[in-house]
Design a protein around this ligand. Structure first.
Ligand SMILES: CC(C)(COP(=O)(O)OP(=O)(O)OC[C@H]1O[C@@H](n2cnc3c(N)ncnc32)[C@H](O)[C@@H]1OP(=O)(O)O)[C@@H](O)C(=O)NCCC(=O)NCCS
Length: 165
């Protein structure tokens, strides 16, 4: 498994990321963005990409994208997806933590009906801040979620200080 960071304007993996995103859309109905929105967002922001294959261990199998996370300049996660064959192996966490290396506060929207994504984010320390009616194009509601690492730092400090006289 290889990790790569695509800075703004680097579209080397865009086509492969799009293919995976479209597969998730077809199979699960998530990540429904249009090519226009997806490709311009990708191009103008940072993408964290996980790749598999393309080495001796995988018998020269062609390298393919198995996970991606595109993050806006304010720590907002625009798109996150992991190939269904590679889920439950910690890749989603790696992608979010890579995003977290750049931002103390991460935010995102998740479909209110996407329990899996909502629970995944909660497990990683996100909280639901608000419910957004009709956020998605098909009229579906969203949960706006955030994780503020400054808060956990503050509470860790106050826990330590509680022990002091
Ligand atoms: C959401 C998604 C990215 C998770 O990816 P993943 O690689 O399977 O997640 P990970 O294996 O990294 O899970 C990380 C942790 O979250 C936990 N977790 C994952 N899904 C969970 C769930 N539904 N409920 C509770 N915990 C969950 C894992 O157990 C793991 O815990 P650990 O690190 O303490 O062992 C993946 O399911 C996906 O691509 N879904 C479709 C696209 C999508 O919904 N994207 C989000 C749009 S908002």
């Amino acid at each position: 498994m290889r990790y790569d960071r695509s800075p703004r304007k680097d579209t080397s993996y865009l086509d492969e990321v799009w293919k995976l995103k479209q597969r998730i859309r077809r199979e699960e109905g998530y990540l429904c963005q249009t090519w226009e929105f997806f490709s311009s967002s990708y191009e103008n922001n940072t993408a964290h990409v996980l790749l598999e294959g393309g080495d001796e261990e995988t018998n020269g199998e062609e390298e393919k994208v198995v996970g991606f996370c595109v993050v806006r300049g304010d720590g907002y996660i625009l798109f996150l997806g992991v190939d269904s064959d590679y889920r439950g192996e910690g890749l989603g966490r790696v992608l979010v933590e890579k995003a977290g290396e750049d931002y103390k506060v991460l935010t995102c929207h998740a479909r209110a009906s996407n329990d899996n994504a909502v629970e995944f984010y909660k497990h990683l320390g996100f909280e639901v801040d608000r419910y957004v009616d009709s956020y998605y194009q098909n009229g579906e509601d969203a949960k706006y979620m955030s994780r503020d690492d400054r808060e956990s730092l503050r509470s860790r400090i106050s826990d330590v200080l509680k022990g002091e006289d």
